[in-house]
Design a protein around this ligand. Structure first.
Ligand code: SF4
Ligand code: SF4
Length: 376
């Protein structure tokens, strides 16, 4: 006789998650996070910068019980954010600002949450007694800790989870359940070995040691999480390069990403949620300074960029433009384009947003210090 409430089946749940577009799926018991002590030291050292929510919810990260009462298993799932492109992808246009690849398509928070909701409904139909909670990024769960324990990969010296086949361009989601599942084998190997490519390549020295990120120096953090003016530290401002939003350098240099298998953009296997917004790898920063608020809101809609918002995007555009003008010095001897940049910065001096006006003030000073490039 078929039981009225069949026991949850680990392989059926895994197969369903893979069908929904996750590329790696594993499960581990819901116990205390192993790296909680490390998190505490990192927070105490202030390396989280302005991410106050990290400190505010510190205790909640100790145990997934804080997210689902009676939780017994933590499923970890990885979503491929590479959009079929290999390292070095992104615009080579010398007048464009680059976007970190996690943000090329639609807002992954929305895309992944939608898939987790579908998974939760499916579980409800299969096993009505099971309670679940899906979390993506913003919830207080030490995702990489649980992902390693669920067998998805190891935490590389660039602080990111690396799957031996897929590399590190992965977005992690957690799916907590009130049922116990047989655990997957934890990933115990460290395949970084003696490599230090990510530490060597980080332009701002944000990777202060293996697996130790000082977010206050990280371009990704500065362009996305920092509200208001960027820290005045010139050694960081000068080194941010053409990154408008995010930064992929410590991933692009990783040998595990160079050999990773990618889903092609034309493949029917590419999860459809990824394609609900056109892929944008770069944006013209000069356009960003001149665009109206409505035009920028249109650009932001449905993308993860609204974390930076209009203010952050315009501010970041100034730093990118200063970098690009410096790069263009030999290619644009009459400085026509640089003149347009300077004029746009002058307009920004009057911007009521102090993050933008302060950046413009700094930018104009930088351009004028170049001498001979910018017409008075
Ligand atoms: S994202 Fe960029 S700035 Fe941040 S650690 Fe990696 S290379 Fe350095
Ligand atoms: S670049 Fe090298 S050290 Fe850094 S995460 Fe990749 S393998 Fe590890």
């Amino acid at each position: 006789m078929t039981p009225l409430h069949p026991a949850p089946d680990r392989e059926r749940l895994r197969a369903k998650a893979l069908e929904l577009g996750f590329v790696r799926v594993g499960v581990t018991p819901a116990t205390e996070a192993e790296t909680f002590g490390f998190l505490e030291s990192w927070l105490d050292a202030g390396m989280h910068g302005d991410m106050g929510y990290m400190a505010r919810h510190r205790q909640a990260r100790k145990h997934p019980q804080s997210l689902l009462n009676g939780v017994r298993s933590v499923w970890m799932m990885a979503w491929d954010s590479s959009f079929g492109h290999h390292p070095g992808g992104g615009s080579a246009d010398t007048k464009q600002g680059r976007i970190g690849r996690y943000a090329w398509g639609m807002d992954y928070h929305v895309a992944l949450k939608d898939q987790l909701k579908l998974l939760a409904s499916w579980c409800q139909e299969q096993w009505p007694k099971m309670r679940t909670r899906g979390v993506v990024d913003t919830a207080p769960l030490l995702e990489r800790d649980f992902a390693r324990r669920a067998g998805l990969g190891w935490v590389g010296k660039n602080t990111l989870l690396i799957d031996p086949q897929k590399g590190s361009h992965l977005l992690l989601a957690g799916f907590l359940t009130s049922e116990e599942f047989e655990e997957d084998k934890p990933f115990t190997a460290d395949h970084c070995g003696s490599c230090t490519a990510c530490l060597d390549a980080c332009p701002t020295g944000a990777l202060v040691g293996p697996r130790l990120l000082d977010a206050r120096r990280c371009i990704s953090y500065l362009t996305i999480e920092t509200k208001g003016p960027l820290p005045a530290d010139d050694s960081v401002r000068q080194l941010m390069g053409n990154w408008l939003l995010g930064c992929d350098i410590c991933q692009d240099v990783c040998p595990w990403n160079k050999k990773a298998s990618r889903i092609s953009l034309s493949s029917p296997d590419l999860p459809q949620p990824a394609l609900q917004k056109p892929i944008l790898q770069s944006v013209d920063p000069l356009w960003l300074l001149k665009a109206s608020s409505n035009e920028i809101q249109e650009l932001l809609e449905g993308r993860a960029w609204d974390r930076a918002g209009e203010s952050g995007l315009r501010r970041n555009a100034v730093f990118v433009l200063v970098h690009l003008v410096k790069q263009a010095k030999s290619r644009d001897p009459d400085g026509e384009w640089a003149c347009q940049v300077e004029k746009a910065l002058e307009v920004c001096l009057e911007n009521s947003d102090c993050a933008v006006s302060e950046a413009a003030q700094w930018g104009i000073k930088q351009l004028r210090s170049l001498g001979g490039l910018v017409k008075a």
